[in-house]
Design a protein around this ligand. Structure first.
Ligand SMILES: [Zn+2]
Length: 144
C-alpha cells in the first residue's frame, strides 16, 4: 500500500468510495492515484456513468463534506475486521492491530494514510470526468 501525502484529497477518496458503494452497490476503488491537484479512483464496474449519476455522486459527496463529519481512528483486531472490511488491500504483515478510519457514521474502512480532522476541511468536491473501459470505471476528481 502506498503512502498518501494529501489528507484532503485522500479523505475525499474515502467519501467517494462510500458514495459509490451506496449508489451503485459496487466495491470500493481497487486502485487509486491521489495527487494534490487532481486524483483518480478505479472501480470494477459494468458501464459508463450517466451525466445524472455523475451529478448525484458529486452532490452526495459534497453533502458529506458540508455535514463536517468528524474523522477519527480506532484500532480493531484481524478477527473483528474479518467480514466487516475489505482485507484485500492490507499491507503485508499488518499484524493484529488494524487501523480503522471512521468518518461520522458515513464510512468506516481500514487505512494507514493521513486524513483531515473533519470533512469540512476538504473543500468543494468536483468530478472532472469519468470513463469506462474493460470493466473499469475511472473517476477523476479535484477539490476547489
Ligand atoms: Zn485513508
Amino acid at each position: 500500500m502506498k503512502e498518501y501525502s494529501e489528507p484532503r484529497m485522500h479523505t475525499a477518496e474515502h467519501l467517494l468510495n462510500r458514495t459509490m458503494v451506496l449508489l451503485f452497490g459496487c466495491g470500493r476503488a481497487f486502485s487509486s492515484h491521489i495527487e494534490r491537484k487532481r486524483s483518480k479512483c478505479d472501480y470494477k464496474f459494468t458501464r459508463e456513468l450517466t451525466a445524472g449519476e455523475t451529478a448525484e455522486l458529486e452532490k452526495r459527496v459534497n453533502e458529506a463534506v458540508k455535514a463536517d463529519l468528524p474523522v477519527r481512528e480506532a484500532f480493531v483486531s484481524m478477527e473483528e475486521a474479518a467480514g466487516k472490511f475489505d482485507l484485500g488491500r492490507l499491507p503485508e504483515g499488518a499484524g493484529d492491530r488494524l487501523r480503522c478510519i471512521l468518518i461520522g457514521d458515513y464510512d468506516a474502512c481500514l487505512c494507514i494514510g493521513p486524513h483531515v480532522n473533519s470533512t469540512g476541511e476538504i473543500g468543494v468536491f468536483r468530478i472532472v470526468s469519468s470513463s469506462f473501459e474493460n470493466g473499469v470505471l475511472r473517476v477523476r476528481f479535484k477539490l476547489d
